[in-house]
Design a protein around this ligand. Sequence first.
Ligand code: ADP
Length: 451
Amino acid sequence: MFKKVLIANRGEIALRIIRACRELGVQTVAVYSEADRESLHVRFADDDVCIGPAPARDSYLKIPRLIAAAEITGADAIHPGYGFLAENAEFAEIVTASNLAFIGPTAEQIRVMGDKAAARKAMTAVGVPIVPGTPGPVEDVDEALDFAKRMGFPVIIKAAAGGGGKGMRVAKDADDFARSFQLARSEALSAFGNGDVYVEKYLMRPRHIEFQIMGDKFGNVIHLGERDCSVQRRHQKLIEESPSPAMTPDLRKRMGDAAVAGAKAIEYVGAGTIEMLLDEDGSFYFMEMNTRIQVEHPVTEMITGIDLVKEQIRVAAGERLSVLEMPPLRGHVIECRVNAEDPNRNFQPSPGKIHTFHPPGGNGVRLDTHVYAGYTVPPFYDSMIAKVICQGRDRPEALAKMRLALETFIIEGPMTTIPFLARVMQNPRFQSGDVDTKFLEREPDLMKEPG
Ligand code: ADP
């Protein structure tokens, strides 16, 4: 086992990793920007190093500073968390070249799955269905338009290096196409430094269903069930649950087998997620693989009872997976992401000082957060400030618990998405499980604050 792990991240995920390390008897190193001096991850880690000013590009994304921090503090491994450098193949390479263990997959695995066009190719090779689309990136607008016409509109133009919903454009028809194509290309170039795009059929009412994968260095690869992440705003997840209301044992077997086959094809090691779209007609398609721990991992932890972060650390240290198949799922689990955002201002970030903080609690309620009364949410990073995860014997119980948890979760200071999430819990359509990625577009009133 490692002696000391440096956590190349901040916020709730840094705290989450510190907890896992502590339980394993491993020491921790926190790194922080000048804006995060008062953060709990700094307080709870055994060692801490300031790595630069507030903007992430000058601190959390500065590879040489992270490596230097690991060397000064005597760390022997780095956990990247999610976001920042978690899916940066070059970072994984430099960490390994510096004689440190990277708690994650290999640089090569990150590279293949980080290029959506390459990932689609790898999946097709092992018979995993992918959304119909161009085999690789297309440069020429006329060639792309030809392809779109043959496939049928609407289509979605996606950045090969995409992530976080950036560089994606939907084209409704041929007239709309050229503009969307150029926009997607320039957005991709500025966001990812790579203007490659490909064209995919746009599904009208899909569910986003993803499978949690774990692999070890002995060639074992398993899945730990699915998460349904269909409640999204601008292609970003807001609520995740397991099991999916759309799941049957047969569908789980077919989708799960495909997910495992895809991960096995690249001999995947560590925690990863195979994201798929489930169409109205029951067809499912591979969308992408995320080669890291995910924001919504607690859903799987509660439903399976497996600590995914400890499992990640153990596997990176050369241990075998602690289970070799999906354990029985325990009831129903749902997660809500709480963001410091102002619903009255189109969900713009609402940073600032938290005056009052009362966390939800009770049987089957988990809260992952880094904020506290007196903490100031800085404007420089992601606006997510907490995740509430609730487990019930069945879906209605989990939803009722979540509603109560949200209604008794008090944060005063910044505006938050708590009231919005509580409204979703009471929405009849959501309660009946009739959800797809366009759910919020069809229920626009949920986005409005009453009065
Ligand atoms: P990113 O890497 O930016 O997160 P993804 O490829 O994971 O992008 O897609 C994010 C979301 O965009 C999906 O969950 C889904 O809502 C929507 N989406 C992506 N591809 C399609 C498609 N072909 N048809 C319909 N919706 C799509």
